[in-house]
Design a protein around this ligand. Sequence first.
Ligand SMILES: [Zn+2]
Length: 236
Amino acid sequence: MSVRLGKISFFTIILFLIFIYNGNDWLRQLENNLPSKIVIDGKKSLTIQNAKRLPTEGKNYQTYSRFLSAIGRTHVHERVRDAIIKSYKILETTQPNIIYVYGETGWKNGGNFWPHKTHKNGLYVDFMVPVKKENNPATMWLWALNGWGYYVRFNENGVHDQYSISFEAIIEHLKALQETCKLFSLKIKIVIFDPALLRLLRKTDLHQKLNSIPFASQKAWFPHDSHYHVEFEIIK
Ligand SMILES: [Zn+2]
């Protein structure tokens, strides 16, 4: 009996690990073709139906967590998905050495998305900051014990341990996103990033590229130093 239970546990663990690794890709194959639809009440967009999963990874990008993507925490409006994928394509040329990491987005059918106060309608995406280590592009280890990156704190110089934020890579990313939004009748409504780090970003040579992108001026309720939060808006 104990051997049998042992076998069940072993196979359960193996299946679970396989699901963690591949689940998001498998479930993407099974997604319906119904259009993403924002549910509006008055002027407020409350939730969404048929949001779509972001791909787990591409040539120059990846999810913050295969497990959290598999369980459904990285759904977005289909247009947002397409704009994001296309922006990464641009970045293959403009930032060829960077692996970008996206974070939490929302559920398939929207609604409350704990612990976030927003992220309810497929139009909100968190992006983890691209980093350098000893001046070379690097990828931070994101896992449960650092909240998949959300609990990593950068100081006012944009440094955490041996990692420093690549502001240039953020600028090129937001610029590429702004361009691809136009292709899918979207725009960037607002970006939330830590005010002290935003000041550093604005001191870089490339910052004029972001002149037409609106940034929140206030500090948010949760630190936005290891990630920047982008809210998209559908323009027609
Ligand atoms: Zn967010």
